[in-house]
Design a protein around this ligand. Structure first.
Ligand code: 4NP
Length: 149
């Protein structure tokens, strides 16, 4: 089974949305999960604004629970997608070897190769920020699903 992990900072805004979007594009032969590099939202539901934007697009993510990324995730997952450069560096810092490092990629590099564009953190903004994040992730997840299926 191919396993994909989405990573952001808090695991309540961007990565749970990415998890829900990618799951909706893949069969049950794939495992999709998400995690945050920080631990301050461990056990929390996604942000209400992420739940709302997901529902607007027909996805339910309210059952997801925040958790922190750990080095063990390198053993479990085949592909690890970071939402921004800070998340990327925090994940890379925990990599133990070249195999670990090779699993990690900035998610928007699928859409804009080698540009290292961030999925902007929408936490301190308004609802439009969450819709923008949804659209960026939807485009990237289309490419992930196309490559894996
Ligand atoms: P996320 O957004 O990394 O997309 O889940 C954030 C959520 C919470 C915080 C920062 C970013 N925070 O500082 O609590």
């Amino acid at each position: 089974m191919t396993k994909i992990l989405m990573v952001c900072l808090g695991n309540i805004c961007r990565s749970p949305l990415a998890e829900g979007i990618l799951k909706s594009k893949l069969s049950n032969n794939f495992l999709v999960d998400s995690a945050g590099t920080a631990n301050y939202h461990t056990g929390s539901q996604p942000d209400p604004r992420s739940i709302a934007v997901a529902r607007k697009h027909g996805l339910e993510i309210s059952h997801l629970k925040g958790r922190q990324f750990t080095a063990n995730d390198f053993d479990t997952f085949d592909y690890i997608y970071a939402m921004d450069q800070s998340n990327y560096l925090n994940v890379i810092r925990l990599a133990r070897n070249e195999d670990d490092r090779n699993k990690v990629e900035m998610i928007l590099n699928l859409v804009h190769p080698n540009q290292d564009y961030d999925v902007p953190d929408p936490y301190y903004g308004g609802d439009q920020g969450f819709e923008n994040v949804y659209q960026m992730l939807d485009e990237a997840c289309d490419i992930i699903a196309e490559r894996l299926s």
